[in-house]
Design a protein around this ligand. Structure first.
Ligand SMILES: Cc1cc2nc3c(=O)[nH]c(=O)nc-3n(C[C@H](O)[C@H](O)[C@H](O)COP(=O)(O)O)c2cc1C
Length: 280
């Protein structure tokens, strides 16, 4: 099943990877072939993003393999992961085939597990020297964890130059990656091209009943509580209205926490509100 899903997602990416900007042909100041996309993916979502980045940059790519893969069900992975986090055990990765000495920039991709980078990345960090490499994170997630996982990675790789603003996408929104990855690569000058800069969010205000309805519509499919929206700021882009809700929620120990839930509503006819990310 995982294999079929991966093949379908990869095919989608290949069809979709028809970028409007220039590839990494040296024109943008980056030497061709000096970018490596290195990633771990258990169920195929991060694999799709990795292939999209590879395709848009014409970069080299390698998937991280484990000595003892996480082959079980979702619940089995959760159990194994929890145990490893308790004991501090780190999964061993198979030797990386790419010669890292050839690359200045490494796009490092992973799923978010328990608010941070997946355990295989802990194994990679232990095995591979990232000294002086520019590391750009990308991840897929159920709801959030891009910022926390990138911050954790920066701590784990003190000798590397970790770019603090990575790219993250909910696995429910993989169909959005072509345009989002393209924007990310152009904004961060890995690729030539032009994207209209996104405006800042306006000042926030108490949530109206209409805005609460947008929140509920966007988040109703998400199975875990995201909290109560108390304030919202909006912005209008070329293609959508975006909402940044301030939410009051509780962490796993019952402590009050404030977070942000992001929602976007496209202008295309029939577009439904989409929950894009939570930041806590
Ligand atoms: C062990 C485990 C822990 C997870 N923890 C989180 C989490 O803390 N936050 C989140 O948003 N998603 C979490 N997820 C969901 C994954 O990040 C998401 O399904 C991801 O897209 C899977 O990527 P992959 O298909 O490349 O393996 C978790 C999944 C697993 C298996």
């Amino acid at each position: 099943m995982k294999k079929i899903l991966s093949i379908m997602l990869a095919a989608l990416v290949l069809v979709a990877c028809n970028s409007t900007g220039e590839n990494n042909d040296g024109e943008n100041g980056m030497e061709p072939g000096r970018i490596l996309v290195l990633y771990y993916s258990q169920t195929g979502a991060t694999d799709s993003v990795a292939r999209e980045i590879q395709c848009q940059l014409d970069a080299d790519i390698e998937e991280i393999q484990l000595e003892n893969p996480y082959n079980g069900t979702y619940d089995e992975t959760i159990e194994r992961c929890k145990k490893e986090m308790e004991t501090g055990e780190v999964p061993a990765v198979k030797p990386i085939k790419a010669d890292l000495g050839k690359y200045d920039v490494i796009f490092l991709g992973y799923p978010v597990w328990f608010g941070t980078y997946a355990r295989p990345i802990a194994g990679l960090v232990k095995a591979v020297d990232f000294k002086d490499k520019k590391v750009v994170t990308f991840c897929t997630l159920g709801s959030g964890g891009l910022q926390s996982s990138t911050a954790d990675l920066a701590k784990a790789l003190p000798g590397a130059k970790v770019v603090m603003e990575g790219y993250g996408v909910r696995n429910a929104r993989i169909s959005a990656i072509h345009d989002e990855v393209e924007r990310f690569l152009i904004e961060h000058e890995f690729k030539e091209g032009y994207v209209t800069p996104l405006p800042a969010f306006m000042e926030d205000h108490p949530v109206t009943s209409e805005e609460k309805a947008v929140f509920d519509q966007a988040c109703s499919d998400y199975p875990f509580p995201l909290g109560t929206p108390v304030a919202v700021a909006t912005r209008t882009t070329d293609t959508s209205t975006d909402y940044m809700y301030t939410v009051n929620s509780k962490d796993k120990d019952g402590k009050n926490v404030v977070g942000q839930v992001f929602v976007t509503v496209g202008f295309d006819e029939g577009s439904k509100p989409e929950f894009t990310q939570v930041v806590r």
